[in-house]
Write a protein that binds this ligand. Structure first.
Ligand code: C2E
Ligand code: CA
Ligand code: CA
Length: 563
């Protein structure tokens, strides 16, 4: 039976019960809303536990205002359901009905479930003039059925879903379909921060909101924990963009908790349809993954090139895992010089990947990926160990020992275990702690990272703030976090050296840092002019191509011997 008819039937049914409604009888809740005259008719209904007795108020409002919806999730879902009705009245809605099920956890095996539905009647101009609504509590059997059913409809069995999609597409052979996927960015972090039960609540909430926002012509499914897909028919792309926008504004916060949703869209025209629907969904997934971690964009449209990029990326991911296992990484050192004497006084440890085919590869090709897949900690530990081993060897060979600074990625900097690890290796290699210095990039500083940095400092490590001047939080971090040395970022140096004004800023930055007892290292010094300028400003140490590039350990040791 066409949906319109069903809706009409229910609408008529509600109207036929007007007598009941007005007299307040009947076992279900019925309400009738005359928009033009703003009049309400509602029967008391038999909503156990909801006590909807009032005849005077809009029952939808009563539920919200009296705080009878105690469960946070239900409240939010219901609130947005109600707002959508109001918005529909104001702007006219696309569909003729809206329904929502609200679960109220009982702490027992089954939740208590209420279903509310609103049916819209429109005048000739298409404006809503009447709303007929129903509401009732699920019976025990229905609750149980729903529990079983929900495994098919919400966490729907992918095969059922694919079959449904197939039917949908067969029935509309000449239509465009948009495959939309979205996920919650950094969902793991939400679980870590608020606990997995809140994470679960958020996912349940998203599911319930999808039930509100998707009409019957849209098929949706939860694919994995936090990945959802919706397939919809569309006439023009704007329609899809609007829909995505609606989802984005309505689903991206749960109460006070805000999170980012990342959308990928694959627009499929009838001539591009293929038999394997999965591939069409994959397109949406690829588009979504292509903007992972992108600070500005959260909607991406699939195109063919994206597939190559993702394939390459996956390949690289795998290669890097192998590279770690096979110990294909090597330690490079870039010397640090005392500007006045041009003598080496230390070095920074930099990682290189000795690729079996490509040879020595620089960090910008692998660090971002390792940071994203979490393996960076393994590489860093390897480099720290190499640095400690080198220092130990210099000591036991009776050679001159220089401090080596190692990079500490901010990815794992919220966990104090790393401090213990670092203390342990220094102890194991039996080297004085002053020889292992730590470089940490300035970052949006959270309490956790500040605490970890403090713990490092209290354990006796020399702390260097890396890339100083490259980000917005430099000054703030100076205030809150105990660093010993600032490393002036090479872009900061290069750009600011170009104008007199910029030079003044560098000059003052250096004297301010000296004032608060910090030492300075200038990074990326590429010419004599820069070196002289830094010397005049009172910066004593420099690192950069002007002096020497990063080099292998053997080369470094040869150079060290010669000086
Ligand atoms: P960074 O810590 O700021 O390291 C300095 C980078 O500047 C190095 O690039 C170095 O080769 C480059 N550099 C030094 N002097 C000059 C110069 O005069 N001109 C120019 N144009 N560049 C100069 P590299 O080795 O490619 O490393 C890039 C970044 O990768 C590093 O930036 C660091 O953030 C990261 N990285 C390198 N090794 C490791 C590691 O073992 N662990 C972690 N977590 N990150 C690492
Ligand atoms: Ca560094
Ligand atoms: Ca740096």
């Amino acid at each position: 039976m066409p949906i319109k008819w069903v809706m009409k039937m229910i609408y008529n049914n509600v109207k036929a019960r007007m007598a009941d409604i007005i007299s307040g009888k009947g076992s279900s809740l019925y309400y009738y809303w005359d928009i033009n005259n703003n009049k309400w008719y509602v029967n008391s209904g038999n909503l156990k536990g909801l006590n909807l007795e009032s005849q005077e108020y809009n029952p939808l409002e009563v539920l919200l205002k009296t705080g009878q919806l105690t469960d946070k999730n239900s409240k939010l879902v219901y609130e947005r359901y109600y707002n959508r009705i109001l918005k529909g009245i104001k702007e006219g809605v696309l569909d003729d009905r809206l329904s929502v099920t609200i679960r109220i956890p009982t702490g027992k095996k089954y939740d208590r479930i209420y279903i509310f539905a609103a049916y819209f009647h429109k005048d000739e101009e298409g404006k809503i003039d009447e709303i007929a609504g129903t509401g009732r509590e699920f019976t025990d059997t229905e609750v149980m059925d729903n529990d079983i059913l929900s495994q098919f409809t919400t966490d729907m069995n992918p095969r059922c879903y694919t079959e449904r999609l197939g039917r949908m597409m067969d029935a509309n052979p000449y239509d465009n379909f948009a495959f939309i996927q979205f996920d919650v960015e950094c969902f793991k972090m939400i679980n870590d921060k608020y606990g997995t039960s809140v994470g679960d609540e958020i996912l349940l909430y998203i599911k319930e909101m999808l039930a509100i926002f998707c009409n019957n012509d849209m098929a949706w499914i939860r694919l994995t924990a936090d990945v959802f897909m919706i397939v919809m028919k569309y006439k023009d792309r704007q329609e899809v963009e609007c829909f995505v926008d609606t989802l984005n504004t309505n689903l991206s916060n749960y109460g006070d908790i805000e999170y980012k949703l990342v959308f990928g869209i694959n627009y499929v025209r009838p001539e591009n349809r293929i038999k394997q629907l999965r591939k069409l969904g994959d397109g949406a997934a690829i588009a979504r993954q292509s903007i992972k971690g992108n600070a500005v964009k959260n909607v991406s449209v699939y195109n063919e090139e994206m597939r190559d990029v993702i394939e390459n990326r996956k390949d690289l991911d795998w290669q890097l895992k192998k590279a770690l296992e096979n110990e294909e990484f090597v330690l490079y050192l870039q010397p640090k010089y005392e500007i006045t004497t041009k003598k080496i006084i230390g070095a920074e440890a930099l990682a290189r990947w000795n690729h079996p085919i490509k040879g020595i590869t620089t960090p910008n090709e692998f660090i971002p990926i390792l940071e994203e897949n979490g393996l960076i900690v393994n590489l860093d530990k390897f480099i720290w160990n190499e640095a400690c081993r080198t220092i130990k060897r210099w000591m036991s060979e009776g050679k001159k020992v220089y401090p080596i600074s190692v990079n500490v990625s901010r990815v794992y900097l919220n966990d104090k275990k790393i401090v213990e690890y670092m203390k342990n290796i220094v102890k194991e290699y039996d080297i004085p702690i002053k020889y292992l210095e730590l470089e940490i990039t300035e970052t949006a500083d959270t309490k956790e990272t500040t605490d970890v940095i403090k713990a490092f400092k209290e354990s006796g490590f020399t702390m260097l703030m890396d890339d100083f001047g490259s980000g917005y939080s430099s000054l703030n971090m100076l205030k809150t976090t105990p660093f010993d040395v600032l490393k002036i970022d090479r872009h900061f140096l290069n750009e600011f050296m170009e104008s007199e004004r910029g030079k003044k800023i560098i000059n003052h930055t250096i004297s301010m840092s000296r004032d608060i007892g910090l030492k300075m290292v200038a990074e990326g010094v590429e010419n004599e002019e820069q070196a002289n300028f830094l010397k005049e400003c009172g910066c004593l140490v420099a690192q950069g191509y002007y002096y020497s590039k990063p080099m292998s350990l053997e080369q470094f040791e040869r150079m060290k011997e010669e000086q």
